[in-house]
Write a protein that binds this ligand. Structure first.
Ligand code: TYD
Ligand code: MG
Length: 453
């Protein structure tokens, strides 16, 4: 017997309300309640069988060996997953619509089958001729990939069980998959969770690595990847500005590896190209002599990544000074401006300030403070920074510069790309400097250095 509890489910947080309202009481999201009859499991709440089944308990040691990875051959993807996908696991790839998720996974699956392995690609969004057309454009048409266009999870599981067991299964996308056991519309949180649950169970009971695509949705009308993150073993996000050609693959959860790796791709006319040396890409069209531009020697996971931080300071036209930031935390900018004013004697806070990380990259590292400060001082004074100089270091509220981790990797990358000078925090532990170092003690020191540059 299927028990129905009528109710309205918030598509943002999954809370169930007995009656509709414009705003979810739990999470405060607006216009997110949709009528969904919850199908409870048959016999839920009914009498339980009196005895459970006994299962064997095991030691940690017995399962200590690392699971055999399935290397797909797309090196940037393999790196982010921690060395390839793991058998009997489920992975979620989230991202904005149109960022290139289908393209990436088609390439991953095609590369995998081209090495003689077996993969299945199920699309619920595109018809087979569309998929083929895309594959032809990307030069993958002769990959022996098994394609299917289906949206019913029962059909998908029956098909997968009928054929030879695939090693990788791609489901594009989880929002289009629905279970006939429920009468909620596809894309609602109940359907997405149920379909994900069924596919994850398939992964665990078979040997397949199941990769689910999930669209990130902004309006909360359709259940997004957040609703199923806890069900899967690994969550990757594919990010990038649509106006820029490069894309970053980032792990936010990984039961089988680190989450601090990124993969960098470039969207081309023939699919995604791997970018083994991202710094060169982000610094590609740098104009080294203009004021307000500083090169930040950053880290993404264990990889050094150089990028340009650009600042502009202009006289305020209205009463309040305007601040606009792209690619960095606005709160961090406010802090750096305040420290420059209070500790560095740079009277910038009355100016309009714009800060931009070139190329559409987003920086989250505190070590970017010093590069941003240098760009701001340079923009304010109109003096360009020294040529071929990279900068990193965290700024404390006292104005002191704190050391940042991985100083050696940052400097090696800078030297590799032809930089000859680095502004580093005083007291940074550096074993062998491949370029000339200037140790910065505090923001006042930085300001006086740049004034005399
Ligand atoms: P797609 O993989 O369909 O995005 P998603 O599955 O995340 O919604 O990629 C969509 C965009 O990528 C599309 O707007 C066009 C662009 N694109 C290229 O520029 N080159 C290509 O070779 C392909 C296949 C797509
Ligand atoms: Mg797609």
């Amino acid at each position: 017997m299927k028990v129905k509890a009528p109710g309205y489910m918030c598509q943002a947080c999954g809370a169930v309300q007995p009656k509709w309202s414009g705003r979810c009481d739990e999470c405060g999201a607006w216009n997110s309640l949709i009528e969904e009859a919850r199908g409870l499991p048959a016999g839920a709440g009914a009498r339980r069988s009196s005895k459970g089944r006994i299962f064997a308990l095991e030691t940690l040691l017995a399962t200590a060996n690392d699971p055999a990875r399935r290397v797909t051959g797309i090196a940037e993807f393999d790196r982010v997953t921690g060395g390839g996908v793991v058998p009997a696991s489920a992975l979620l790839l989230g991202g904005d619509p149109g960022v290139g998720k289908s393209t990436l996974l088609l390439q991953v699956a095609a590369s995998f089958v081209n090495s003689g392995r077996r993969a299945v690609y199920i699309s619920g969004e595109e018809a087979l001729p569309q998929l083929r057309l895309r594959a032809v454009r990307m030069g993958l048409a002769d990959a022996p990939l098994q394609l299917g266009a289906a949206t019913c999870v029962e059909d998908i599981l029956a098909t997968l069980a009928a054929g030879p067991a695939p090693e990788i299964v791609v489901i594009d996308s989880i929002q289009t998959i629905w279970s006939s056991a429920l009468d909620a519309a596809p894309g609602t949180i109940t359907q997405v969770r149920t379909a994900t649950h069924d596919l994850v169970r398939y992964a665990k009971t078979s040997d397949a690595a199941v990769i689910l695509i999930g669209h990130v949705t902004k309006d909360g009308q359709i259940a997004g990847p957040k609703a199923v993150e806890h069900l899967v073993d690994a969550v990757l996000y594919f990010e990038g500005e649509r106006a820029h050609q490069f894309r970053i693959l980032r792990a936010v959860k990984n039961r089988f590896g680190a989450t601090d790796e990124i993969g960098v791709f470039e969207m081309t006319g023939a699919g995604l190209a791997e970018v083994p040396n991202p710094s060169a890409l982000f610094l590609g069209d740098r104009s080294a002599t203009s004021a307000g531009a500083a090169v930040f020697a950053g880290m993404e996971g264990t990889r050094p990544l150089l990028c340009e931080v650009q600042a502009l300071a202009a006289a305020t036209g209205y009463g309040t000074a305007r601040r606009a930031v792209v690619g960095w935390d606005p709160g961090r900018l406010a802090m750096v401006l305040a420290v420059l004013e209070a500790r560095g004697g740079v009277g910038i806070s009355a100016s309009d300030v714009y800060l931009n990380v070139a190329g559409g990259l987003k920086i989250a590292e505190p070590a970017a403070d010093l590069a941003a400060a240098a760009a701001l001082i340079s923009a304010f004074t109109g003096r360009p920074l020294p040529k071929d100089c990279v900068i990193f270091g965290e700024i404390a509220l006292s104005g002191d510069i704190r050391p940042a981790p991985f100083a050696d990797s940052r400097l090696r990358e800078a030297a590799k790309l032809g930089f000859s000078l680095a502004f580093v925090p005083a007291g940074a532990r550096i074993s062998a400097a491949p370029l000339e170092l200037t140790q910065i003690r505090n923001v006042a020191h930085l300001a006086s250095l740049l004034a005399n540059a």
